[in-house]
Design a protein around this ligand. Structure first.
Ligand SMILES: Nc1ncnc2c1ncn2[C@@H]1O[C@H](COP(=O)(O)OP(=O)(O)OP(=O)(O)O)[C@@H](O)[C@H]1O
Ligand SMILES: [Mg+2]
Length: 252
């Protein structure tokens, strides 16, 4: 089943000074897929994630999630749709400092007025899967960066969305915490069959995905699939593809 369909998508920034950041993008994603979006700095990765996740508006074409053309929804419908169907993980954790780990994770559920036992059950499932169920009553300042990012991931998963959008989720983590988070995202992708679309410039992070969509200058340059390759072999293939692209692949 197709969960996301992107047709002839374009994004133009600016009024007087126009800049075409995305040009005629076409791709689709199946339910339960784990997809990485890569490409040199400035190639349009964040722009693409923002427009397909309805954080930003599109300039042309269409984005269809779970059969709904999201650019045609009115503001209220779109807000409801985002709350129930989408989850987000950003680079900078985005956990709220004045709330405990549990309160942070429960945030999307309280907005939806779910039944209390369903909320508690979902909470237990995601915190078990992410290994943070003993941190419930701690505040973000009392836990590590990796634990904060796992809290952010738990919040993205807790309402059982159709798609999780992640922009450089491991960008602020050391490599061990990054690998740990990715392994857990991979496990949750398998366990809950949640679709994950992740922007990353890190080939090692991308090797956790089943497919890599490579952007260049606002276009899809190529796509590669993990199929049955080992992570290591897929990683090598990603590096090789990157080296043919030129441009700055790492923003340090
Ligand atoms: N709000 C904006 N107004 C005008 N141009 C923008 C805006 N945001 C991004 N751009 C331009 O669009 C292009 C794509 O930007 P985007 O942020 O999507 O790149 P990226 O692939 O995420 O890069 P990075 O790896 O550095 O994060 C860049 O040339 C950028 O300068
Ligand atoms: Mg970016």
């Amino acid at each position: 089943m197709t969960i996301l369909e992107v047709n002839n998508l374009s994004k133009i920034y600016g009024n007087k000074q126009k800049y075409e950041a995305l040009k005629n993008i076409n791709f689709s994603v199946e339910k339960g897929e784990f997809v990485a979006i890569m490409g040199p700095s400035g190639s349009g990765k964040t722009t693409l994630l923002n427009v397909i996740s309805s954080i930003d508006t599109i300039s042309g074409g269409s984005v269809i999630i779970d059969g709904k053309e999201i650019n045609k929804l009115n503001d209220k419908k779109l807000a409801d749709f985002r709350k129930t169907q989408l989850g987000f993980i950003f680079q900078d954790y985005s956990v709220l400092p004045t709330l405990t780990v549990k309160e942070n994770i429960m945030l999307p559920l309280s907005v939806q007025k779910n039944k209390k036992y369903v909320m508690e059950q979902n909470y237990k499932e995601v915190t078990d899967a992410l290994g943070i169920n003993d941190l419930s009553h701690k505040y973000p300042s009392e836990i590590s960066g990796g634990q904060q990012q796992r809290t952010a991931a738990a919040r993205a998963f807790v309402h059982k969305p159709s798609i999780i959008f992640a922009d450089e989720p491991t960008g602020a983590l050391d490599s061990k915490s990054a690998q740990d988070l990715l392994k857990r995202l991979e496990d949750m992708n398998n366990e809950f069959n949640t679709t994950i679309i992740m922007v990353t410039h890190d080939p090692s992070a991308a090797s956790f995905a089943e497919r890599v969509i490579m952007l260049k200058d606002g276009n899809i340059h190529s796509e590669i699939h993990q199929n049955n390759k080992s992570k290591h072999d897929f990683y090598q293939e990603i590096i090789k593809l990157q080296s043919t692209l030129g441009g700055v692949t790492h923003d340090i």
